[in-house]
Unconditional design. Structure first.
Length: 285
C-alpha cells in the first residue's frame, strides 16, 4: 500500500487508494469514484507529500495558490488553474510554494485494459491556463454525485483528455529565454536591488520587447517577471539576514523597500514568517 504525506497537524496518514478515482476500462463504462474523500483538497501549513512508483496516473488542478512539484527530478510550479497529469510508474514530491492558501483538485486516473491512446509517453504533462481545469474537475465531481448516464461521462472524459493533449501541443517545444539572456537578466537584477529594476529593464537586457520577453520569461522560470523579481528580492534579503549584521531596516532599504512594513508583509507572504523570526531561527550558535 502506498500512503501519502504526513499531516503535521494530526500525523494522520491518508490512504492513496481512498483518493477520488476516474476509472477507465475498455471492457466497461467509465466512472468516477469519490470514496469518502472529496476531489478538492486544502493543504495544511507546512504540507508536503512524496509518492514513489505510482500505480495509477494522477491528475491535479490548482484551485487557489501555488503548488510546487518534482516529478522524476524535474521541477514544476503550478499556479491557479494549472493542470498536471503525472504518468504511472513515476515518483512525485509535492509541497507548498509559499504560505498562502493552497487548495487543489486531485484524482487517480485508473486505466484498465488495452488503453494506449491516452497513455503518457513522457513523465508528465503540465498545462497552464490554456484550459479551464478547475471547471473540468468541478464537472467531474458533479457528474459523479448526480450519477449521470455513463455515455455522458465517457464524452466528458474524452473532451478533457483532448483538451489536455491540444494544450500540451501548444506549449511543447516552444523556446524560452536563451542561456545568454537568462544570464543578462539575472546579472542586471542582482547588480543593485535598491534600484528596483522593472520588467522593461529586464526585457531591454534580453534584447526583447516587454510583451514577448514576459511570455518567454514565464516559459523559462515558471513565473511572471514581476513575481520573480519580488521572490528574488526576498531570497537575497534572507541571505543578508543570515550572513550579515545589518538590521532589518537596512536590509529592506538595500533590497529597494523604503517602507519597512511593506517589506515585512511581502517577506511573511513568501517565507511564512517575519524577518526577525527568520533571522532568529537561522542564527548560528
Amino acid at each position: 500500500m502506498v500512503n501519502i504525506g504526513m499531516n503535521p497537524l494530526n500525523d494522520k496518514l491518508v490512504s492513496f487508494y481512498n483518493w477520488p478515482s476516474v476509472l477507465v476500462d475498455v471492457s466497461n463504462v467509465p466512472r468516477v469514484d469519490l470514496h469518502d474523500t472529496p476531489g478538492q483538497y486544502t493543504a495544511p501549513p507546512h504540507w508536503s507529500v512524496s509518492l514513489n512508483a505510482l500505480e495509477s496516473d494522477l491528475l491535479y488542478c490548482v484551485q487557489h495558490g501555488k503548488l510546487s512539484a518534482t516529478i522524476d527530478g524535474q521541477n514544476v510550479l503550478m499556479a491557479q488553474g494549472d493542470l498536471l497529469w503525472v504518468g504511472r510508474g513515476r515518483s512525485i514530491q509535492l509541497c507548498r510554494y509559499d504560505q498562502q492558501r493552497l487548495s487543489f483538485y486531485r484524482f487517480r486516473l485508473v486505466l484498465r485494459g488495452n488503453i494506449t491512446a491516452i497513455t503518457l509517453a513522457e513523465p508528465f504533462v503540465h498545462v497552464g491556463s490554456l484550459i479551464d481545469g478547475v471547471s473540468w474537475f468541478r464537472r467531474l465531481i458533479r457528474v459523479a454525485k448526480l450519477n449521470r448516464e455513463p455515455m455522458y461521462l465517457r464524452g466528458l472524459l474524452l473532451c478533457l483528455v483532448s483538451d489536455i493533449i491540444d494544450a500540451n501541443k501548444q506549449v511543447h517545444g516552444k523556446p524560452g529565454l536563451s542561456s545568454g539572456q537568462q544570464q543578462a537578466v539575472e546579472t542586471l537584477a542582482a547588480h543593485d536591488w535598491s534600484a528596483r529594476p522593472s520588467v522593461t529593464d529586464l526585457a531591454c537586457a534580453a534584447g526583447l520587447s516587454p510583451d514577448y520577453f514576459s511570455r518567454l520569461f514565464r516559459r523559462t522560470y515558471g513565473l511572471p517577471p514581476r513575481e520573480w523579481l519580488v521572490r528574488e528580492r526576498i531570497r537575497y534579503a534572507c541571505i543578508h539576514l543570515t550572513e550579515t549584521n545589518l538590521n532589518i531596516t537596512q536590509i529592506a532599504d538595500l533590497m529597494g523597500y523604503h517602507d519597512i512594513y511593506h517589506f515585512s508583509r511581502q517577506f511573511r507572504n513568501i517565507i511564512g514568517t517575519s524577518p526577525s523570526l527568520y533571522r532568529r531561527a537561522h542564527a548560528y550558535g
